[in-house]
Ligand binder design. Structure first.
Ligand code: ADP
Ligand code: ASP
Ligand code: MG
Length: 412
């Protein structure tokens, strides 16, 4: 029988009633003749609560134990979903990551899926089971420890299962009815897109549009998974939601496809480091060894052989970075006078494949921000995106004015 993957995010399984509603949706697909693999997230708010408990207990935690704790939310919803389906007379059972097994790297809290052997679940489908409910976000390391895939990782579990089982489609059910030109919670003028290109979705996701985890888009692109985002709160047709697909399948093309934002950014500046070959390598090598994901980097002009080095990173990695730089200084590996930390920044980005062939987008973006009196602290660009770091209090304003200026509320 054809296989369908259906993923339900946190708000879609937030309580037993919501789980029932999702189970009814699954029943519809089972009735059509699909064997269904359901990937569930933890109930909304649960993973945050678990992360909070870990931080409270051990601020510079052992990532293996972090994973043991934060993976547990999905176990609850997987079991509850299987029970709900059984109550509806749909043959179903739950699977935790290690039982499948979902084999991952040992990069705890940010593991990558390496392989999903299909034999166990396929054998059960052959015995008459119609729905395999799999706990998303979690896997098993080569050392036999539980891993997690990074926040939002259930999306990636879903796409990886769709690829492994050759699923007809991977449907991501969430609390919005598709991918929008920007976060509909930030701009009321956000417009739902019927289709979005993989490359654009990849950039939007990596720049903060958390509707899909970046890695899930990467996998869908690589394995040609038909990926759709839709609402679990509305009746759905086969055409509903947003299809993430190849660029060639899209007729509409605004130069800018969307605006993304990321609230949890911090900026750190090393004051007065030597301006000579090898310094950047020492700083960023050390940060990388400490597990810090540096994003934007600027080196200021130097005076008398000394310069300031600024970089951005996720707010929750600031204490790690701080410690790594302090240790580097103490060991004589790097000389600097001060480490300045700015916790009140946000990143706003515009993304669009059209930028490859049309110039002037950056100039327009900077003009819009300047007209609003928003100061830009750091800029980075790539072929299809421009990102700026700004004071967090201007984030909503920046998103809304860029959305207006690039006329994203209108389809071209
Ligand atoms: P789930 O728990 O279902 O995985 P998430 O909270 O991870 O849901 O992702 C859905 C949220 O992503 C939406 O509620 C919305 O606020 C946010 N979001 C950010 N950018 C976008 C966008 N461009 N289009 C749609 N939703 C977006
Ligand atoms: N529950 C995890 C999280 O909140 C994984 C997910 O929902 O995708 O990040
Ligand atoms: Mg999510």
């Amino acid at each position: 029988m054809p296989v369908l993957v259906m993923k339900f995010g946190g708000t879609s399984v937030a309580n037993p009633d919501r789980i029932k509603r999702a189970a009814k949706r699954i029943g519809v697909e089972v009735a059509k003749g699909y064997d269904v693999i359901v990937i569930v997230s933890a109930m909304s708010g649960k993973t945050n609560e678990l992360v909070g408990w870990v931080n409270e207990t051990s601020p510079l935690f052992d990532a293996r134990e972090y994973d043991a704790v934060v993976s547990s939310g999905e176990n609850v919803t997987a079991g509850l979903m299987a029970l709900t389906l059984q109550e509806m007379d749909v043959p179903a059972r739950s699977w935790q990551g290690w039982q499948v097994p979902v084999l991952t790297t040992s990069a705890h809290s940010a593991a990558r899926i390496e392989d999903i052997p299909t034999d166990n679940i396929t054998a059960k489908f052959n015995e008459g089971m119609r729905v395999a409910v799999v706990a998303g976000f979690q896997g098993l390391s080569p050392e036999g420890r539980i891993t997690t895939l990074g926040r939002g990782g259930s999306d990636t579990t879903a796409v990886a299962f769709a690829a492994a089982f050759g699923a007809e489609r991977c449907d991501i059910y969430t609390d919005v009815d598709g991918v929008y030109t920007t976060d509909p919670r930030v701009s009321p003028k956000a417009r739902k897109l019927d289709k979005i290109a993989f490359e654009e979705m990849l950039e939007l996701a990596s720049l903060g549009a958390k509707v899909l985890q970046t890695r899930s888009v990467e996998l869908a692109m690589r394995y040609k998974v038909k990926l759709r985002v839709l609402s679990s709160f509305e009746e759905q047709s086969d055409e509903a939601g947003t299809l993430v697909c190849d660029e060639e399948e899209i007729m509409e093309s605004n130069v800018v496809a969307g605006v993304a934002h990321s609230r949890d950014e911090a900026k750190m500046t090393l004051i007065s480091v030597a301006d000579r070959p090898g310094i950047a390598s020492i700083i960023f090598g050390c940060l990388s060894d400490a597990g810090v994901n540096v994003d934007m980097i600027v080196q200021n002009i130097s005076e008398e052989g000394r310069t300031d080095m600024t970089f951005s990173l996720p707010t929750d990695q600031v204490s790690r970075a701080d410690k790594a730089m302090a240790e580097l200084k103490a060991s004589g590996g790097l000389n600097f006078t001060e480490l300045d930390v700015d916790l009140d920044v946000a990143k706003v980005s515009v993304v669009g494949i059209g930028m490859r062939s049309q110039s002037g987008v950056a100039a327009k973006m900077f003009k819009v921000l300047s007209d609003e009196g928003v100061n830009i602290k750091v800029i980075t660009t790539s072929e299809i995106k421009i990102s700026v770091l700004i004071d967090r209090k201007y984030m909503e304003l920046a998103v809304q004015s860029l959305h207006d200026a690039f006329e994203l509320e209108k389809a071209s």
